[in-house]
Design a protein. Structure first.
Lengths: 150, 220, 146
């Protein structure tokens, strides 16, 4: 049940799954990702080490899939605010994501609600996304909260 | 004497990540260190659930669990204690722009009590609105120590209390289990229920303390 | 390193504090990270003028990069493949080139038919333990020594 708020937005987005992808998990993406966050865990940087540990190939760090969700979510046409920032993110890995995987995403609008804080009124827009791999295995559930400020 | 954390949020609040049981478990960690915590008051953001009953958990962990709310108003956030069905009928808890002065009146009318939360917080505390010329005749108690606020914000709250004679409470404003009870209110009275909490607030016999001050002996 | 630091359920106790790990983020790291999600520099994450345009003091670390950094600190401690849930609230902007203190505290431990679960509270602050830039939790599934 969406929260009632004073601002207009596109309610027809509720109950609709938005499909996106495919997203190829390439070695280059995983390498740039791990390098940029300074992660030198061999499971995440070295295919051989990952295979020796029982994985199919070099493993993507648990939050990498959140990269793919960004920019793929529909505009809710909120009649409020000018500035947006990232309010929160949740990632629940369900199965390893490895180099060579091809992911697809299914997203839906979970809730839109208002609250007040240091910077005045804020509207939170919450999306949930499920990522699956090429075999149809769910690999991660991701929740993203985008905050719109006055 | 009763030591209560008067301000904390469980996962029922959108931005909290602690369950009530995790709070109660973590209070055992504090107790092992020698701190005294008798109970907590859950003050969920913009909501109140009459049906939810924590008495079994409270008994299991030996921690009093009372319920209140933290409501958004046009004069900042306000902690409301002893919420009754009649009060909930009169007040739209989800209205983030409700008139804070009216909320204070409505709560008192229904036997409850309102304490403005983190009054020194920049951008949203009561001090900000007072500096804009707003007057709050019905305010007598504010949250003087909020363990989630910046030190300078708590200093502003303390200045406010000294300037106006307001009494001050304390709460952790915890959103994580490990943050529970970092600041608590020390009451002279024994408190077991929400109406008793209101009576104890009205009595004025309480003071805000940090958790370190609840230890019978210094904690290493 | 982190692969070798395998953590067992029995090694962890409610209330344990880990860290804080102190990290910092340089501009070239953010530029690399932004290139991954089709947000090429300059932008508010990489450029002073772009940041100022939207009222920031300077360029900031993107939320999903902050999450990646927190995740790294967690897996450095617990090992790859242990994270079952990472749930963060971004409360403030995370600056470049400043020490970021990532603290972990064990807030719950539980064993059931599904395994051995450890819940941790996470905070990321600046050098002054002020209001955190980030709070959240991580749920880990750990192996048992038994």
């Amino acid at each position: 049940m969406p929260t009632q708020i004073d601002y207009e937005y596109d309610h027809s987005l509720y109950g609709v799954e938005h499909e996106s992808g495919p997203f190829d998990v390439t070695r280059e993406i995983v390498d740039v990702y791990t390098r940029s966050i300074g992660d030198d865990n061999p499971i995440f940087t070295d295919g051989e080490a990952a295979r020796a540990a029982g994985y199919a190939d070099q493993v993507a760090p648990p939050t990498l899939c959140a990269l793919f969700e960004r920019g793929e979510l529909p505009d809710i046409k909120l009649q409020f605010g000018r500035r947006q920032f990232h309010g929160g993110q949740r990632v629940e890995p369900r199965a390893p994501i490895v180099v060579g995987d091809r992911l697809t995403a299914s997203s839906h609008l979970k809730d839109v609600y208002t609250k007040t804080g240091r910077s005045g009124t804020m509207v939170h827009v919450v999306w949930e996304t499920t990522f699956s791999n090429q075999d149809g295995v769910v690999v991660a559930d991701v929740q993203r909260s985008q905050v719109v400020r006055e | 004497m009763t030591y209560l954390d008067l301000h904390c949020h469980s996962v029922a609040s959108d931005d909290s990540r602690a369950t009530v049981e995790q709070y109660l478990k973590f209070i055992q960690v504090h107790r092992k260190k020698g701190y005294t915590i008798d109970g907590i008051v859950l003050t969920e953001h913009r909501k109140f659930d009459f049906d939810i009953d924590y008495s079994q958990l409270a008994d299991q962990y030996g921690v009093l669990v009372l319920k209140g709310a933290e409501l958004d108003t046009c004069f900042g956030h306000m902690l409301v204690y002893n919420i009754t069905p009649a009060m909930a009928k009169d007040v739209d808890f989800g209205d983030v722009k409700m008139d804070g002065r009216e909320l204070i009146k409505a709560a008192r009318h229904h036997g409850g009590f309102v304490v403005p939360a983190h009054p020194g917080r920049f951008g949203i505390g009561l001090v900000e609105y007072m500096e804009q010329g707003e007057v709050f005749e019905d305010v007598t108690i504010v949250e003087r120590v909020n363990a989630g606020s910046k030190p300078e914000e708590n200093e502003r709250a303390e200045d406010l209390c000294q300037r106006t004679g307001y009494l001050g409470t304390a709460g952790s404003d915890a959103h994580l289990a490990s943050h529970i009870a970092r600041a608590v209110t020390e009451f002279k009275a024994d408190i077991r229920t929400e109406p008793e909490l209101v009576d104890a607030l009205i009595s004025g016999e309480f003071r805000p303390v940090y958790i370190q001050e609840t230890a019978a002996a210094p904690v290493a | 390193m982190s692969q070798a630091t395998k953590l067992y359920f029995e090694d962890v106790e409610l209330g344990d504090e880990i860290g804080p790990a102190i990290i910092s983020v340089a501009l070239d790291q953010v530029v690399d990270f932004c290139s991954l999600w089709g947000n090429p520099a300059p932008n508010r994450f990489t450029d002073q003028a772009e940041a100022e345009k939207i009222g920031l003091d300077g360029p900031i670390v993107p939320g999903i990069m902050t999450m990646a950094l927190v995740s790294r600190v967690v897996t450095d401690w617990a090992g790859a493949g242990t994270v079952a849930d990472l749930d963060l609230v971004f409360r403030g902007t995370v600056p470049h080139n400043q020490p970021l203190h990532v603290g972990i505290q064990v807030s719950d431990t539980e064993q059931d038919d599904d395994g051995n679960h450890v819940q941790c509270d996470i905070t990321m602050t600046g050098p002054v333990p002020d209001r955190p830039y980030v709070i959240g939790t991580a749920r880990l599934n750990l192996p048992s020594r038994d």
